[in-house]
Design a protein around this ligand. Structure first.
Ligand SMILES: NC(=O)c1ccc[n+]([C@@H]2O[C@H](COP(=O)([O-])OP(=O)(O)OC[C@H]3O[C@@H](n4cnc5c(N)ncnc54)[C@H](O)[C@@H]3O)[C@@H](O)[C@H]2O)c1
Length: 426
């Protein structure tokens, strides 16, 4: 372990997509305990298995960090970094249950002088106005006098091996200059990118939530023009290729917006907006358009069919390519819409866990692609590498000679289809 600073002992609370890579990176420089409420997760990490596929078994084998589901194990820590989920409820209001439960855990063990940093995505004010009081109540300590708050938004991008925690610019903000300096040093030890000091905690919280809301709105615009151009009989892909030749045209593509970040975080911003008496228009319009894509795609695909139920093979269920993450998958919405339209659906995913797909969506994933059983329509829903790598023969074998190839991600644009096949692109 290089540059280890034994005077600082860090607990990372929540070892998911965000917490695990962060904890492992920190453990190269500081003593770190990774804490998670899920005993199953801790057991799996103990045998060097990471279900998120974000880290290699060797990284788990070689790390000095300790994994634990026991609160007592984090008692000796002085710095706590909270990386627990921040989902929305069914009515799209923020659910801070995991964050508050983490505050309860940390508050029950922290000692005077502790620093508690939040990395979970929230709306501005959650760290100081919600978590600070919760930590104070759980610990009996005074916020800003006995313990201190910090915020550092997380930018990890699952499946992305380039923009890793050790390379990207990390934004930090502390409750006072001493805490900010501590965060600059701590994150500075981990990343070879910059550490940017935001003006204050609310600014850092706001920066994160608008990063994802901005992406959501930009994708919504492209989704809307895709709806228009579909009606006009113009290829959105060809239009974007032409428009992208302008230096300041923003390069977004149409698609389903799932996952637990881009499709969720705008609701956190909208919640704050409403609390403040401002009716958020563009933020929620973007959400509505993106959440309506499953229905639009269903109608468009079905417009290529003649009468009667069809067999449709959907390739990909995860919320993005080359990751096993099934949370908030909008492909599941698309499958429901297609089923409601009376069709029989088979689903294959090269990365997803079969049991999780069954438990989460009631979807029975195919074990392999039955090339002997061609469907009336094949839908390229997620751009997993294995589907991208199809050649004309492999793709044609999956669909009947007069069938439909629905390519949502533009992954088969270069494949010349047999004369009887119809192609539909988003
Ligand atoms: N995954 C991403 O791409 C990404 C990117 C940027 C920001 N974020 C944000 O980071 C946060 C974490 O996201 P994630 O994707 O890592 O979530 P995740 O679901 O992958 O992991 C969260 C982990 O926290 C654990 N946990 C839940 N409640 C806990 C508690 N009270 N105490 C201890 N552990 C607890 C869970 O068991 C799980 O292992 C969220 O706010 C998310 O919006 C995620």
């Amino acid at each position: 372990m290089k540059n280890q600073n034994p005077s600082q002992k860090i607990a990372v609370i929540g070892l998911g997509y965000v917490g695990l890579p962060l904890a492992l990176a920190l453990a190269k420089h500081f003593p770190v305990i990774g804490f998670d409420v899920s005993s199953a997760r801790i057991t799996a990490l103990g045998v060097f298995e990471d279900a998120t596929n974000e880290v290699e078994p060797d990284e788990l084998r070689e790390t000095s960090m300790i994994f634990s589901d026991q609160v007592d194990d984090i008692m000796a820590c002085d710095t706590f970094i909270v990386t627990v989920p921040t989902p929305v409820d069914d009515d799209n209001t923020p659910n801070l249950g995991a964050v508050l439960s983490a505050c309860q855990t940390v508050g029950s063990v922290m000692k005077p002088g502790a620093v508690v940093v939040f990395e979970s995505t929230v709306y501005p004010g959650v760290t100081e106005d919600v978590c600070g009081p919760a930590l104070a109540a759980a610990s009996g300590l005074v916020c800003g006098e006995d313990f201190y708050l910090g915020y550092s938004p997380e930018r990890v991008n699952p499946g992305d091996r380039e923009h890793t925690i050790e390379r990207i610019t990390k934004v930090v903000a502390g409750q006072n200059p001493v805490v900010t300096k501590k965060l600059l040093d701590m994150y500075g030890a981990v990343t070879s990118g910059n550490v940017f000091e935001a003006k204050d905690i609310k600014t850092a919280e706001a920066a994160k939530v608008i990063e994802n809301a901005q992406r959501d709105i930009n994708i919504a615009f492209i989704n809307e023009i895709s709806m228009i151009f579909n009606k006009a009989g113009i290829s959105t892909k060809d239009v974007l290729e032409a428009a992208n030749t302008k230096w300041n045209f923003l390069n977004f593509t149409p698609g389903l917006v799932g996952g637990h970040c881009i499709g969720v975080d705008p609701f956190y911003l909208a919640h704050l907006s409403r609390e403040l008496g401002h009716d958020p228009e563009i933020i929620l319009a973007g959400r509505r358009i993106n959440d309506g894509m499953a229905s639009f795609i269903t109608k468009s695909i079905c417009s290529n069919f003649d009468e009667g139920p069809k067999h449709i093979l959907v390739l990909g269920l995860t919320f993005k390519e080359n990751v096993p993450d099934l949370r908030n998958s909008k492909v599941a919405d698309l499958i429901s819409c297609l089923q409601n339209a009376g069709h029989r659906i088979s689903v294959h995913d090269a990365f997803a866990d079969k049991d999780e797909a069954k438990a989460e969506y009631g979807i029975e994933l195919l074990s392999d692609l039955g090339l002997d059983q061609a469907a009336d329509c094949v839908v390229g829903a997620v751009g997993h590498e294995i589907y991208r790598a199809f050649d004309a023969a492999t793709l044609s074998a999956l669909v009947t000679p007069n069938g439909v190839v629905a390519d949502l991600k533009g992954i088969w644009s270069d494949i010349e289809l047999g004369s009887g096949l119809k192609r539909w692109n988003l």
